[in-house]
Ligand binder design. Structure first.
Ligand code: NAP
Length: 303
């Protein structure tokens, strides 16, 4: 059996991956702080066949704007140290997870393809985070070229799922929205206040779907790097309306504050390369995924 370790194993994606790859070892920052060279060295010296690198300093738009220095420094440190010690300890496979927010802020043609990645600056609200993550793509490609290592990366679109942080400052858009729906329901209100204008477009994927793609990469020994994204690209308002419908709250009203930053207007990516590698992959529909996650937070959160 392959000896697999997953960094960021306590996060949203990591906890979904546990259901797909139960035999792997799942780490959090309290096991190894990946910003510490001594910790990363100690981790890699244990000998692994495959490292799945999910760990990152991750946050929503408000956190990204508030802590830009920490976002670039923590991520550059973690990624650089992990690659360095994985190579020195002859780890043969490493798969890292990036994010579609690393793509150029605006582009002449959509959906964005993997080869468009470096053709323009990322969006200003998460520029430091995006540059750190984009650098990881460059680092992995450089390791493959110079050392012939089969290290690769996946670039997933926006995610939602069970196991996210449910607070407005730190959670991702859909989790924050579900939190607001549940809170309004508990307080007997029928209106939801959302930040921004509702016009930006997003691809939203269930976290369990990304976990299945990672599992497939390991089983099939895929070494290509590729986008992982659903076909649909919808406005934030449309996604909120679908969420209200999925939660049986069609009678709720949505209000956008029209003041808060919207972030990148669109960043939809092509899944053509992924489809060529995993042709039969079926994504969870937004309706089905949101319902599952809503039921989960209703039972587990104390909002
Ligand atoms: P998450 O829920 O925020 O979890 C982050 C993980 O990283 C946690 O396990 C955390 O450990 C770990 N971590 C943070 N700092 C660390 C450090 N210094 N040393 C060791 N571990 C550290 O993130 P996620 O949503 O699962 O995201 C996983 C990956 O997918 C990330 O690389 C992210 O960029 C990417 N991604 C996420 C989304 C999304 O919408 N969620 C979309 C696209 C891409 P602790 O629990 O101990 O803090």
């Amino acid at each position: 059996m392959k000896k697999i370790v997953v960094t960021g194993g306590s996060g949203l994606v990591g906890r979904h991956l546990r259901q797909i790859l139960p035999e792997a070892e799942y780490l959090s920052s309290s096991d190894y702080d990946l910003r510490s060279e001594a910790d990363v060295k100690r981790l890699c010296e244990r000998g692994w066949d495959h490292i799945v690198h999910l760990a990152a300093r991750v946050g929503g738009i408000i956190e990204n704007i508030g802590y830009p220095a920490e976002f670039i420094e923590d991520n550059l440190l973690m990624n650089t140290l992990l690659l360095k010690y994985a190579r020195l300890n002859e780890v043969s496979r490493l798969t890292a997870v990036l994010s579609t927010c690393i793509y150029p802020d605006t582009y002449p043609t959509y959906p964005l393809r993997e080869e468009d990645l470096h053709n323009g600056a990322p969006q200003s609200t998460n520029f430091p985070y995006a540059i750190a993550k984009r650098s990881l793509a460059v680092q992995i490609d450089a390791y493959a070229k110079q050392y012939g290592l089969k290290y690769n990366y996946l670039i997933p679109c926006n995610l939602y799922g069970e196991f996210d942080k449910v607070d407005e400052q730190r959670s991702h858009y859909l989790t924050a929205l579900l939190g607001k729906i549940i809170k309004a329901e508990r307080e007997g209100r029928k209106e939801i206040r959302l930040l921004g204008t509702g016009t930006p477009m997003r691809q939203f994927m269930y976290g369990g779907d990304l976990a299945r793609v990672i599992g497939h990469c390991i089983d099939a020994d895929l070494t290509e790097s590729f986008n992982v994204a659903v076909d649909e690209n919808r406005t934030i308002r449309e996604i909120a309306e679908i969420a209200l419908g999925a939660c049986g709250k069609d009678d709720f009203e949505l209000h956008f504050d029209n003041i808060s930053p919207d972030g990148q207007y669109r960043k939809d990516v092509s899944n053509a390369r992924m489809r060529s590698l995993i042709p039969d992959f079926k994504f969870t529909s937004l309706n089905e995924g949101i319902r599952k996650v809503y039921d989960y937070y209703k039972e587990h959160s104390t909002i």
